[in-house]
Design a binder for this molecule. Sequence first.
Ligand code: BTN
Length: 332
Amino acid sequence: MDRKKQTTKETILDMLIMSHDYVSGQEICDRLALSRTAVWKHIKALKAEGYEISSVNNRGYKLIGTPDVLDEKHIWEHLHTSWLAQEIVYLPETDSSNIQAKLLGENGATNGTVVVTDKQTAGRGRRGRSWISPSGNCYFSMLLYPDVRVDRASMITLIAAMAVAKAVRETENVETMIKWPNDVVVNGKKICGILTESSTDLEYIQYVVVGIGINCNQKEFDEEIRSMATSISLETGEEVNRPELLAKFFECFEEYYDIFMETEDLSRLSDTYNELLINRGREVKIIERNDERVMRAIGINNMGGLVVENDAGERESIISGEVSVRGLYGYV
Ligand code: BTN
């Protein structure tokens, strides 16, 4: 879909979105050279599409709510990015958005193309696990061509976690934290998983696919994950407007990613990350094959490794993928 060509109805919608208040019918008539009846017909059509619009005599029209549909049109309504998500492939249902984004990568799709879906039938998690993906949440994958060495790719996952944490804070007004390296948690439970997959050629990256699942409006979780997983709506008691959340995420991710690409490390982002790190200053259990150690987490270094300290004050950094980190008494 072309983002720039707008119908009259879309222009009216834009006027309502930009105003945040009532827009008089007369103002719309004058701006678009329309009759009152024509404006009213467009408003009626927008309402039929799920836009909540209040109409008050002598004041005009005000946008109260937008539809919770994840297609490109509804995401673009809220989107303020310069390169990310300018191309959106919306699939109401698919096997896995990561699989679809990798196919696009193989065919040379544009940097920043995003695959978004409402439901996955073969969602994939880390360590070969599956990711149960019922309708009502956000599942999406970003296709990126970062011109950096292979060993830098894992940092993009940390940046994505920061962007999810920030976007959820700003749109849902809830306190998000990050469990190292990239689980976003609310009230100690995971609301988001990130799976980054790269296609590499010796030391260089051909493309990276960052796949993200955010538990938005899910109301029930299987018994075995209930103590560790939750959704935003379960924690806030409010339904999440998913296009708005995704657009905010793309804005946050683009900002962090552009900073990362300047330095090719996390030197300018680690302070922000560490402020969100739930493990910071806490004792954590470091699980490495059959070995378990308890150390105090300090924060991440510029490469995304978690710096931990023992009782004697000796520090080391641990690398994601080689070990897992848990709280002393549970998941965080
Ligand atoms: C994890 O195990 O924590 C990572 C889960 C990643 C799930 C997301 S959902 C969108 C994208 N498509 C997939 O198949 N997986 C990722």
